[in-house]
Write a protein that binds this ligand. Structure first.
Ligand code: NAD
Length: 485
């Protein structure tokens, strides 16, 4: 094994996990054995919750302007270790180094936002009658949990870590069991930045420990990012236990292309969106709905897709099961009458034969009833559905149960505005393939892509990670009562 066996991080120390269940972790790039991951159970979680609860007493009383100093230092450490973090993320996840660097850059932006929190949580005060004031303040919740997926080993954890902790909470993170390495470096950097022991803890494992998190009476709130089936289960279980929960699920993002779209820009954006991180992004273009005569744009998309070389400028998918599942979707669509214009099945990468690659794939004449049009593929595949009118295209977009992102490509402002209004998704793009809102705007989908109130990043996350205290004070000696008394 290249790295030593994975440990939890509890109370500021790496702690061995006591477990009979051991998972082998390989690099998707070339199959190299990286490490072993023992799966934590309730015993390990109890230890983490105790450490976090003990740390909460001091951390929650530390003024926010002091708390964010840790994140100013953390931001500089992310910058200092950017290359090293990017290499580790790429090794365990399979994405290209360039994609991994972009991921760390986004972590830096997320941390910058957290550093601005003192400016955003000043609360309100008003004299509501003579000598009587009402004021509000944002109070941390206590111990909170963050359960994260494999596709962004550092970015999705950093959606929650800086904001939740800068707002005064103590956190237990449950990383994906598929990518357990990067988060250990994040723990070390947070410690080096001066975060007190116990404020941030890692508990590794699988479904068993996720269920234990949802049930634990010492945890106040649970955020989750992952597939829709698990998001629903976690949301149900955590809220059943009367916890606050925000659970982000999967996606099936539709991109509507009108015939007046700028061909080169549209083709480049759509291809980059469907193939970036090997299609393993919840914001990836998955279904393209072409309205009318758009063959000239499809030709350019195919040309762009052919420029992507697995193992060079196109990363690997996470594992063999994922590779096989994606190939099955393509084959099934072909058998049902769709036309595979660019075929990424059965690619061989010389020198990386044990890597799990899929080439960029373009499938035309997909119909909305096909599984490839309805389900999340999570691979570098774009399905093209043909529509005659914009309303028909919007009906196809609206009928999909997810609602993370939708985009339109056109030069017609009125048509773009119409899509912005009618698309049923939380994040809309106009001539943008990956419409991720940047800080301070918040990230979050609709429908089956998110369960719970508010978004997970940006200003919207403040309400999730805090509770509002309302105080009314009277500092005058006048006797008498009024209608409010
Ligand atoms: P996943 O749902 O399999 O796993 C996510 C987390 O849940 C992991 O920590 C995992 O250990 C845990 N888990 C898995 N099965 C579980 C179960 N049965 N019970 C309890 N916990 C369980 O997701 P993944 O494969 O790691 O990530 C890919 C998915 O995440 C895709 O669907 C993608 O769209 C989604 N995602 C969504 C967003 C978003 O913002 N909406 C962002 C990133 C990824």
């Amino acid at each position: 094994m290249k790295y030593e066996r994975i440990k939890n991080f509890i109370g500021g120390n790496f702690t061995p996990i006591v477990s009979d269940k051991l998972l082998a972790i390989h690099s998707p790039i070339d199959g190299m054995p990286l490490t072993e991951l023992p799966c934590s159970g309730k015993y390990d979680l109890d230890k983490a919750v105790s450490a976090a609860r003990a740390a909460f007493l001091g951390w929650s009383k530390t003024p926010v302007k002091e708390r964010v100093q840790v994140f100013f230092r953390y931001k500089f450490l992310l910058e200092k270790h950017l290359q090293e973090l990017a290499a580790l993320g790429s090794e365990e996840n399979g994405k290209t180094i360039g994609e991994s660097i972009a991921e760390i850059e986004k972590c830096i932006e997320l941390t910058e936002f957290a550093c601005s929190l003192p400016q955003l949580i000043t609360g309100e005060v008003l004299e509501v009658s003579k000598g009587v004031e009402c004021r509000t303040e944002y109070v941390p919740l206590g111990v909170v949990a963050s359960i994260v997926p494999f596709n962004f080993p550092t970015m999705v954890p950093n959606w929650t870590i800086p904001n939740a902790i800068a707002l005064g909470n103590c956190m237990i993170i449950k990383p994906s069991e598929k990518v357990p390495l990067s988060i250990g470096r994040i723990a070390e950097l947070l410690k080096e930045a001066g975060l007190p022991d116990g404020v941030f803890n890692i508990v590794h494992g699988d479904a068993e420990v996720v269920n234990a998190i949802c049930d634990h009476p010492g945890i106040e709130a649970v955020s989750f990012v992952g597939s829709t089936a698990v998001a629903k289960a976690v949301y149900r279980r955590a809220t059943q236990n009367l916890k606050r929960c925000l659970a982000l699920g999967g996606a099936k993002n539709h991109l509507i292309v009108l015939p007046d779209a700028v061909p080169d820009m549209t083709a480049q954006n759509i291809t980059a969106s469907m193939s970036g991180c090997a299609g393993q992004r919840c914001m990836a273009a998955s279904a393209m709905v072409g309205v009318g005569a758009i063959d000239h744009i499809i030709d350019k998309i195919c040309a762009e897709a052919r420029k992507l070389i697995p193992g060079e400028n196109l990363g690997a998918v996470i594992n063999k099961a994922s590779q096989e599942r994606i190939e099955r979707y393509i084959t099934e669509a072909e058998q049902q009458g769709a036309k595979v214009l660019v075929d990424g099945r059965r690619v061989a990468v010389t020198g990386k034969e044990d890597g799990t690659y899929i080439g960029a794939t373009v499938i035309d004449f997909v119909t909305p009833d096909m599984a490839v049009a309805k389900e999340e593929i999570f691979g570098p595949v774009i399905c093209i559905i043909r529509a005659n009118t914009l309303d028909e295209a919007l009906a196809i977009e609206n009928a999909n149960p997810y609602g993370n992102a939708a985009s339109v490509f056109t030069q017609n402002g009125g048509a773009a505005r119409y899509v912005m209004e009618k698309a049923s998704a939380g994040m809309i793009g106009v001539n943008i393939g990956v419409p991720v809102p940047r800080e301070p705007f918040s990230f979050g989908g609709w429908n089956e892509s998110k369960f719970g109130v508010g978004d997970i990043t940006g200003k919207s996350s403040i309400a999730f990670w805090t509770k509002l205290k309302k105080s009314t004070t009277k500092w005058n000696a006048e006797a008498g009562v009024n209608w409010m008394s």
